[in-house]
Design a protein around this ligand. Structure first.
Ligand code: ADP
Ligand code: MG
Length: 242
C-alpha cells in the first residue's frame, strides 16, 4: 500500500512547499486523511525563543494540519545551509532511522503523507547520506517540481535520471510558477521536451498565483488552481501490484 509521496525539486526555491500544500489540499478534497512531513528544515529563524520552521508553518497553517511539530519537522536547524552543514554547526546528528520512525508514526495517523524534501536530490543530510538515501529509506516514489523557464530541461532531466539511477520511482513532474516571468518559446515547449526525454508523466503546470502569500500564510487560489491543473490520479493511495 502506498502511504506517502516524496516531493523533491530541481533546486531550492522551485516551489516544493507550495506544491506540497496544494497536494495536501487536493488529496483531502478527494476525501483522504492527509499528513505532511518536512523531515529537515534549515534556515529556521529564532522567533520568541522558538526555532521556527517556515515551510512547516506555512503548510500546517493553510491546511489546518495539527500534528505535533516534532513529528512534522523533527530537525529544525538555524543556519541557511545544507542540512549536513547546518547540523554540524549545532552539533546535531541527522539520523535517517529517526526520520523513518517519525514518518512511520505519521503514516499510522493518515492515509497518505506528503513528504517535502530539502533542496534537490543531491543535497547532503549528514556525513553519509544524501536526499536520495532518505527517499530510499522511506521507500517512497518522488514527484519532481521544476521551473517552467529556460534551463529547466537540463535540470529536470538531471534530476529524473539521477532518481532512476538510484532506483527511485518518479511519479511525475510538476512545472511550477508558470507566468511569473514572461511566457515565451521555452515555457511553451519545455514540458513536451521533458516528457519526451525523461519518459515520465508531466502531472501538470501550476501558474504563479498572485493571491498566494507565503509569509502572510495565505494560500489564495492554490486549491482551486492545483485541482484544476494537476492530475493527481496516479498519486492516490494504491495497493501494491504483484
Ligand atoms: N505557484 C506559485 N505562486 C505564487 N508564489 C509561489 C508559487 N510557487 C512558489 N511561490 C513562492 O516562491 C517561493 C519559493 O517557493 P517554495 O515553495 O518555498 O520553494 P521550495 O520549497 O522549493 O524551496 C515562496 O515564497 C513561494 O511563496
Ligand atoms: Mg520548501
Amino acid at each position: 500500500m502506498r502511504t506517502g509521496i516524496f516531493i523533491t525539486g530541481t533546486d531550492t526555491g522551485v516551489g516544493k512547499t507550495i506544491v506540497s500544500a496544494g497536494l495536501v489540499l487536493a488529496l483531502r478534497q478527494r476525501g483522504l486523511n492527509v499528513g505532511y512531513m518536512k523531515p529537515i528544515e534549515t534556515g529556521c529563524p529564532l522567533v520568541d525563543g522558538e526555532v521556527l520552521a517556515k515551510d512547516a508553518r506555512f503548510v500546517r497553517e493553510v491546511t489546518g494540519i495539527r500534528d505535533d511539530i516534532d513529528l512534522v519537522c523533527p530537525y529544525r536547524l538555524k543556519a541557511p545551509a545544507a542540512p549536513s552543514i547546518a547540523s554540524r554547526l549545532e552539533d546535531v546528528h541527522v539520523d535517517m532511522n529517526y526520520i523513518v520512525d517519525q514518518y512511520f508514526q505519521l503514516s499510522l495517523m493518515h492515509e497518505i503523507v506528503v513528504v517535502e524534501g530539502v533542496g534537490g536530490l543531491m543535497v547532503p543530510l549528514n556525513n553519509n547520506d544524501l536526499v536520495t538515501d532518505l527517499i530510499l529509506a522511506l521507500g517512497l516514489e518522488a514527484v519532481v517540481v521544476a521551473r517552467p523557464t529556460l534551463g529547466t530541461i537540463n535540470h529536470t532531466l538531471l534530476t529524473v535520471n539521477m532518481a532512476k539511477m538510484m532506483g527511485i520511482g518518479v511519479a511525475g513532474v510538476i512545472f511550477n510558477g508558470f507566468g511569473k516571468e514572461a511566457i515565451g518559446l521555452p515555457e511553451r515547449t519545455n514540458p513536451d521536451e521533458v516528457e519526451h526525454f525523461a519518459q515520465v508523466p508531466i502531472l501538470g503546470i501550476l501558474p504563479w498565483l498572485k493571491d498566494l502569500d507565503y509569509n502572510a500564510l495565505r494560500a489564495g487560489s492554490l486549491l482551486s488552481e492545483f485541482s484544476e491543473r494537476i492530475n493527481i490520479n496516479s498519486l492516490l493511495p494504491k495497493d501494491d501490484e504483484y
